[in-house]
Structure formats: structure tokens, C-alpha cells
Design a protein around this ligand. Structure first.
Ligand code: NAD
Length: 394
């Protein structure tokens, strides 16, 4: 039980990256996630940067062979396909507007794909890519990097066991205060594209932040399906309009449960943090990503409990991805490493044609990516119609 760096698949996957270069915000998380165990991925090639000289310098420093550092992703896919030891999976850590075309080119080049969120701009693009991935027999995984915290699987097990009774409320938030002014919008390379609708898509914080928390809520409550959303969104920094920097979403679920999401980048003074509280008819359970080693479990009429990571009283599903044992704390790097490991296991099962094994692996797949796009699309539609209920699945 647990992860101790030993093999979970027969051999490491030959892996390349598009984006995530020296100046990129998220690339390092991909590399620490993928390479943590040294048994699931080997980084062999990269088109890491829009600037080829910087890509080469950076790639050399990572230890990637000179002849496998490429000026762009098209050249990388073409050249790698000619090699007997060419890459078989690629990660895409570039700004949102490039995800669709790079994913499509990768699948057409016969590669499995691990792509950043939000996956694409429209649900139609998502469905088209899902069909292409099926035709090609490939996995598309999405790096909802917070979703590898294994205590989320404990929450899922507790709901499956009926520990909370019937789920009534799903309370979600993901807020920070790092975009309270427009200074970063003008000066910061990673922020500029986020507030440009052509590059970011139809939303700012709904796509940038809330897709993570939304996916985590679906991971925890797989049988509670979202029926409709009502969203109100604001651009407190006016120059960002029509993109929002704050939004409130109400949710109705098909089992009668209700939910609420607050997402914001203008929550002044707040550090980046996500809260998930699931309230049932008998008890509640709560996760906060700043305390990823513990869950708060509150049973009505009884003293509150803290459930600690790595303990034998947790479910097997949770402890399967335990890395550090209970004595030692863990953090976001472990969550990313679990996401990368699960996607490697999914790619391995797909390669072996083992659909039964594939079904049992809880990883953010293309459906999770499409649901993230659907979430953004429906929230934007609801807000822009004046804050009305819109069906989630139409
Ligand atoms: N999963 C997470 O927790 C998380 C966190 C941050 C960002 N993201 C997502 O990751 C993506 C990248 O965000 P970021 O903040 O790292 O952006 P960024 O602007 O900081 O970095 C983008 C990187 O991609 C490179 N790049 C851009 N276009 C390219 C192209 N066509 N070919 C090759 N390289 C290219 C840039 O040179 C840079 O290295 C976005 O989709 C964002 O939403 C996810």
C-alpha cells in the first residue's frame, strides 16, 4: 500500500513538454510531478519556450539532449515520430488559447496528451478532441494539480459509506488577492494573457481558478450530478471587463443537493486557498488546501474530529496514494506527483488495451477537462443573461 517510488507501470514513459520554459509559472510543477518517482516518466524532449534560444539554454540545463530541443511543437512532433525512441506522451503547459491546436496535433502525431486547464475554449472543441483521442486510442489527462491530495479520496469514501448521511450542501471556494490592481495585467507576462479574452477564453477566474475546485468536488461526489448553475460575475478592476475577477455561482444538483462557489482574484489580503465543505444530513467533512494533511469531520451532536493523512483508519482508496507516511507532512508537490502517476497508469492501461483497469483509475481525464469548459461556459452564460438559472448539460 502507498507510493514508495517503485514501479507501478512496466517501464517509464518517454515524455516531452511544450511550454513550461524558464519564465513559465507552472512548468516546474509538471516536472516535479512527473519525475518524482523516476519510474513513470523520462523527460527526453522539449519545445519549452516561444523563444528558441531560451528553450535551448533552459533544456540543456535540465539535461535534455541538444538535438531534442525544438523551436516549436510541430517540429518536435515530426522529428520525434522519426526516432525509434521518440516521445510517446507530451505535456502542454502553454497559455490557454494554444491548448486546442497543440492537443490536436499531438494526437494526430500518435501521442498521449497531458494538458493544462482550462482544457479548451468550447465544449464542442472538447467533444471533437475526445472523439479524436478515442479514434487514436490515446489518453488525454488534465492537470488539475490539486486533485492528487489523497484525503480527497477519503472524503469520497466517507460519502460512499454513508458517513455523512444524504449530501445536502456542497460549499466551494477558491480565492486570493494577488490581482487586486491592474499593475500585473500590464507588466506580468503570465498575467497579461490571462486578462485578454482572445488568449484566456470567455473567463478569467472562473477558468483560471474555479475549474480546479469544481473538478475536486466531482471527484469527491461522483454520483451527484450538476443540473443547473446561476452565476453572477464582476470585473472589479474595470479594464478586465468582460472578463471577471470575482464570481459567485449557485448550483442545483439532480439529487436535490445545492451548492455554492466563490471564486476571486481580488479577495484583498487573502493568500491563494481552496476550501471544500460537504454537508450531509448527519455530518460534514471539510478540506482546506493549506492544511492538506488533515480533514475536519463533524458529526452533529458529537465532538469534532480531525482525520490525519497516512493513518490506517483511512480508506484503502485514500492510502493507495500515500507517499510520506503519517509522521511527516506533505504538500502540493505530492498531489501533482499523484496526478502524474495516475495518468501514467492510465496511459499504460490504454497501451495494454486493459479497459477494466483504466475504469478504476481516478484521474482527471478528458471528460473532466470538458466538464471544466462546460462549467465556465454555463457560468458565463448565466451571468451574462443577468444571473439566471441555466441547465448544466444542454
Ligand atoms: N494546474 C495549475 O495549477 C496551473 C497553475 C498555473 C497555470 N496553469 C495553466 O498553465 C498554462 C500556462 O500558464 P503559466 O502561468 O505557466 O503561463 P506563463 O505565461 O507563465 O508560461 C507559458 C510558457 O509557455 C511558453 N509558450 C507559450 N506559447 C508557446 C508555444 N506555442 N510553444 C512553446 N512554448 C510556448 C512560454 O515561453 C512560457 O515558458 C495555462 O493554461 C494556465 O491556465 C495551471
Amino acid at each position: 500500500m502507498g507510493v514508495n517510488g517503485e514501479k507501478k507501470i512496466a517501464r517509464p514513459l518517454r515524455w516531452g513538454m511544450v511550454g513550461g520554459g524558464r519564465t513559465g509559472q507552472v512548468g516546474y510543477k509538471h516536472r516535479t510531478g512527473a519525475l518524482r518517482d523516476n519510474t513513470a516518466y523520462q523527460l527526453l524532449a522539449g519545445a519549452f519556450d516561444v523563444d528558441y534560444e531560451r528553450c535551448k539554454d533552459f533544456g540543456r540545463n535540465l539535461g535534455v539532449a541538444e538535438d531534442r530541443l525544438y523551436p516549436d511543437y510541430k517540429t518536435m512532433f515530426e522529428e520525434e515520430a522519426k526516432r525509434p525512441d521518440g516521445i510517446e506522451v507530451v505535456s502542454i503547459a502553454t497559455p490557454n488559447f494554444t491548448h486546442y491546436e497543440i492537443t490536436k496535433a499531438a494526437l494526430n502525431a500518435g501521442l498521449h496528451v497531458i494538458c493544462e486547464k482550462p482544457l479548451f475554449f468550447s465544449v464542442e472543441e472538447g467533444e471533437e478532441i475526445k472523439k479524436l483521442a478515442e479514434e487514436k486510442g490515446k489518453i488525454v489527462g488534465v492537470t488539475y494539480g490539486f486533485s492528487g491530495f489523497q484525503l480527497l479520496l477519503q472524503m469520497r469514501s466517507m460519502i460512499e459509506n454513508g458517513d455523512l448521511g444524504k449530501v445536502h450542501m456542497i460549499e466551494l471556494s477558491y480565492t486570493h488577492g494577488f490581482a487586486c490592481s491592474d499593475i500585473g495585467d500590464k507588466k506580468n507576462e503570465a498575467q497579461k494573457w490571462r486578462v485578454d479574452p482572445k488568449k484566456s477564453g470567455p473567463s478569467f477566474v472562473l477558468g483560471d481558478l474555479s475549474t480546479h475546485t469544481f473538478y475536486m468536488s466531482q471527484l469527491i461526489c461522483p454520483d451527484i450530478k450538476l443540473k443547473e448553475v446561476l452565476c453572477d460575475r464582476q470585473s472589479f478592476v474595470k479594464s478586465r471587463a468582460p472578463l471577471e475577477d470575482n464570481a459567485y455561482v449557485l448550483m442545483h444538483y439532480d439529487n436535490g443537493a445545492v451548492g455554492r462557489m466563490w471564486v476571486s482574484s481580488v479577495d484583498a489580503g487573502s493568500m491563494d486557498s481552496q476550501h471544500i465543505r460537504i454537508v450531509g444530513s448527519k455530518a460534514s467533512v471539510e478540506f482546506n488546501d493549506w492544511q492538506p494533511n488533515e480533514l475536519i469531520y463533524e458529526v452533529q451532536g458529537k465532538p469534532n474530529q480531525k482525520l490525519y493523512r497516512g493513518m490506517p483508519y483511512l480508506s484503502d482508496a485514500c492510502n493507495e496514494f500515500e507517499r510520506m507516511n503519517a509522521l511527516h507532512t506533505e504538500g502540493l508537490g505530492d498531489s501533482w506527483a499523484n496526478i502524474y502517476l495516475k495518468i501514467a497508469m492510465a496511459i499504460d492501461a490504454k497501451n495494454r488495451g486493459d479497459e477494466e483497469a483504466l475504469k478504476k483509475i481516478n484521474y482527471p481525464d478528458i471528460n473532466a477537462g470538458i466538464d471544466g469548459i462546460r462549467w465556465i461556459t454555463k457560468c458565463v452564460e448565466s451571468a451574462d443573461k443577468g444571473g439566471v438559472w441555466v441547465p448544466f448539460n444542454d
